[in-house]
Design a protein around this ligand. Structure first.
Ligand SMILES: [Zn+2]
Ligand SMILES: [Zn+2]
Length: 131
């Protein structure tokens, strides 16, 4: 599994990220910040250790969305690509070249979920951020 390699690209193609190894986990986030940042109902995050991710082309721009957390995006096309906090570098599944290997394990911020969006699964749902 250590040879697993994932690439992610923004809409205009200027920025490419490379992540090595399986994600620690992958989750739905229904928080208000992800909704505003993406313009959509939720975001899907693959969580990697920051040491396993590199920007291999282009340059991320950052928005500090809370004291501890910044969001990476492409300033040319506006794609939301990443979240950075503690030792993590999370990449959104929407920009992954191949999102298929990622098994989603949970929902967080269920309390701000957009109710009209119907997701039927047996995954654990946390009302706020998961532990
Ligand atoms: Zn771009
Ligand atoms: Zn979120």
């Amino acid at each position: 599994m250590t040879g697993e390699r994932h690439t992610a690209r923004c809409l205009c193609g200027n920025i490419t990220l490379e992540a090595i190894g399986p994600a620690q986990y992958t989750e739905y986030c229904h928080c208000k910040w992800c909704q505003k940042s993406s313009g959509s109902a939720f975001m899907l995050w693959a969580v990697f250790d920051k040491d396993n991710v590199r920007v291999i082309s282009g340059e991320l721009s950052y928005f500090q969305s809370s004291e501890k957390l910044k969001r990476g995006f492409c300033k040319n096309c506006g794609s939301s690509m990443s979240i950075h906090f503690d030792g993590n570098f999370d990449i959104t599944l929407g920009v992954m070249d191949n999102p298929e290997p990622f098994r989603i394990s949970r929902h967080i911020w269920n309390k701000s979920r957009i109710r009209q969006v119907c997701i039927i699964d047996e995954l654990p749902r946390f009302e706020e951020g998961g532990a």
